[in-house]
Design a protein around this ligand. Sequence first.
Ligand code: MG
Length: 203
Amino acid sequence: MKIICIGRDYVEHAKELNNPLPEVPIFFMKPESALLQKNFPFFYPEFSKDVHYETEIVIRIKKVGKHIQEKFAHTYFDEIGIGIDLTARDLQNNCKQKGLPWEIAKAFDGSAPLGKFVNKKKFADINNLNFSLKINGEERQAGNTKNMIFSFDHIISYVSQFVTLKMGDLIFTGTPEGVSPIKIGDTFEAFIEGEKMLDLNIK
Ligand code: MG
């Protein structure tokens, strides 16, 4: 199983980090050891002083595919969930400045907290889906998938040109604006269309 993450898929988030808008999807990967499930807490790592949350809709691939045509991409996933792409922003900024890969900033243990999944048929239109994050009971991030630069189907088609997708693979589809540092003691709750999908405590 692999975790594929899309970067800069929401215009306002790209702007808040002073990044140019992508012409094609930008993706990177996290290893399986990044997964944090079943409401396990995240322990703040010693190697960073500036870990940020990025709340993202996650899709789970249900069958193997390569060179998937965009018109068939919707047949490669049934389930939608929500996850947090935890990012060591201080390390990432250093990597960006030096032109180095991002793995130490993105792929560390526990950097992919993941909530429950539901069937996409539960929603009238997955390309118009509200999602949000509350920290300590206060809304801190809110997005809608209609604001994605690249749709779920386009992402699947694009990524599968380079990487074979397999059953169980996860795709984190990018964060809206509002990213900020996490703090020890924070309580996170993430929602899709008002339904709570994820609980996370920072320790
Ligand atoms: Mg992200």
